[in-house]
Design a binder for this molecule. Structure first.
Ligand code: SAM
Length: 182
């Protein structure tokens, strides 16, 4: 339990506005990868800048995350559930993460973690199996996703390594050490 390999976890990013959200959406995707998600899906639009950025990180730092963009968000959620997965929408208005995370972790079903940008349409609150609050204060989709995945995996995701990485960090007390592989 709590191992990132246990069940598929995908992240669905809603409401991306290419003219202003490139950086933060890229960070959502980077957190998804680094914190153990298996897929990143950008709903409703394709932003080549975002998809290329995450693609380059996967290429260099490793990982096999599934990437998709431009799929209608509502249809994606319905289809995910129809195929037997659960949808977890992160929102400050939801139930406190501490009260639901064990139940979410214990289901073996694939999990779709939904994060928004601006106003999230009512549909997603209603369609979600869980509306989960990472505390009840407004903050950020990047922080919310990181903390949710960390709670889901109980910290184990911070020890993930990617066997196909071309470069890895060699931890050092000072300075920056990166070692090439293969
Ligand atoms: N007011 C917006 C709304 O109607 O949902 C929130 C916008 S917030 C900048 C962007 C996203 O960050 C939200 O859609 C949600 O996924 C996530 N988020 C922000 N604060 C959160 C919290 N306390 N708990 C869970 N998710 C949060």
């Amino acid at each position: 339990m709590g191992n990132p390999e246990d069940a598929e976890v995908y992240v669905l990013r809603l409401g991306h506005r290419p003219e202003r959200d490139k950086r933060i959406t890229t960070h959502v995707a980077l957190v998804a990868r680094a914190f153990g998600a298996h897929g990143f899906v950008l709903a409703d639009v394709c932003d080549e800048h975002v998809m290329e950025s995450i693609g380059k990180v996967l290429e260099r730092w490793g990982g096999k995350m599934y990437l998709e963009c431009g799929v209608p968000g509502r249809r994606y959620v319905r289809e995910w559930k129809r195929r037997g997965g659960i949808a977890v929408h992160l929102t400050m208005y939801g139930l406190h993460v501490d009260d639901v995370i064990d139940e979410i972790r214990e289901t073996a079903k694939p999990k779709l973690v939904i994060v928004g940008a601006e106003k999230v349409p009512r549909f997603f609150y209603e369609e979600a199996d869980y509306n989960v609050a990472i505390g009840h204060q407004p903050h950020s989709e990047v922080a919310a996703l990181a903390i949710f995945l960390d709670r889901l995996y109980m910290g184990m995701e911070l020890h993930l390594s990617f066997p196909d990485a071309k470069v890895v960090v060699e931890p050092s007390a000072r300075g920056k050490k990166v070692v090439k592989r293969g």
